[in-house]
Every structure is written in C-alpha cells, then in structure tokens.
Write a protein that binds this ligand. Structure first.
Ligand code: 5GP
Ligand code: ZN
Length: 114
C-alpha cells in the first residue's frame, strides 16, 4: 500500500528495529516506547484497522497472538504480565492505519487509560 509507513517497514524501505519476522507477520520496536517493552506486531497484509478484519483473517489474527506470546516470553513478561493494545479509529487513538497490536510490559500499567 503506497504511503503506508508500516507497509514500508514490512518491505524494508523504512528502517525499523525488527524483533521477529515470518511469512505473515513482522514485529518491531515502537519508535516512541511507552514502557520498557513496547513492541508493535503487524500483519504483512495491509489491513487498515480492526474494522476491516474479516472471517478470512482468522488464521492471521490467531497467528499474531501466538507471536505476541512468543515475544512476551522472550522479553521476560510471562510471569508478571503484560498488555496488548489495539487502537481503532481517530477517537480510539489510532494514528497509523495499518492494523497493529502494541505489546507493552516491564512496568505496572495503569488502568483505565486516559
Ligand atoms: P497507534 O497510535 O496507531 O495505535 O500506534 C502507532 C504507533 O506507531 C505509535 O506508538 C508510534 O510511536 C509508532 N510509530 C509511528 N511511526 C513509526 C515508525 O516509523 N517506526 C516505528 N518503529 N514506530 C512508529
Ligand atoms: Zn500498510
């Protein structure tokens, strides 16, 4: 997708600190980390937001969660816990319209969000 930052990261035309990659998914460090661990997990497929997820994406979404679990273990978050965030739409705080899941951890995270 032209002009999509995260498609650029998938293709390697925009630099990123990649932590995991396979046929379907890429995970990389968030450029403005909000916690000691702040990783973004995205599908290589350009899906703009959660509102564009269909039944045909079932495998992909399950796979993303499996990759998140793997990253959480690798970063020592499994015992203490972590948070998975998806912002959807303008009022949901979404700024990049290529679906992504934030994996946050390494400190106590407050709730509810602002
Ligand atoms: P959103 O607000 O859409 O849920 O999250 C977008 C996230 O992408 C933000 O946390 C922001 O810091 C991160 N981000 C935006 N542009 C870039 C970039 O070029 N590289 C990386 N690594 N992260 C980015
Ligand atoms: Zn994209």
């Amino acid at each position: 997708m032209a002009d999509c930052i995260f498609c650029g990261i998938v293709e390697g035309t925009i630099p990123s600190e990649k932590l995991y990659e396979d046929e379907h998914v890429v995970a990389f460090q968030d450029i403005h980390a909000q916690a000691p661990v702040h990783i973004l997990v995205i599908p290589k497929k350009h899906i703009p937001s959660v509102q564009d997820v269909g039944e045909e994406d079932g495998f992909l979404i399950a796979h993303i969660f499996s990759v998140i679990n793997r990253l959480a273990k690798e970063h020592g978050l499994s015992e203490k816990g972590f948070r998975i965030v998806n912002n959807c739409g303008d009022e949901g705080g979404q700024t990049v319209y290529h679906i992504h899941f934030h994996l946050l951890g390494g400190r106590t995270l407050t709730w509810p969000p602002g």
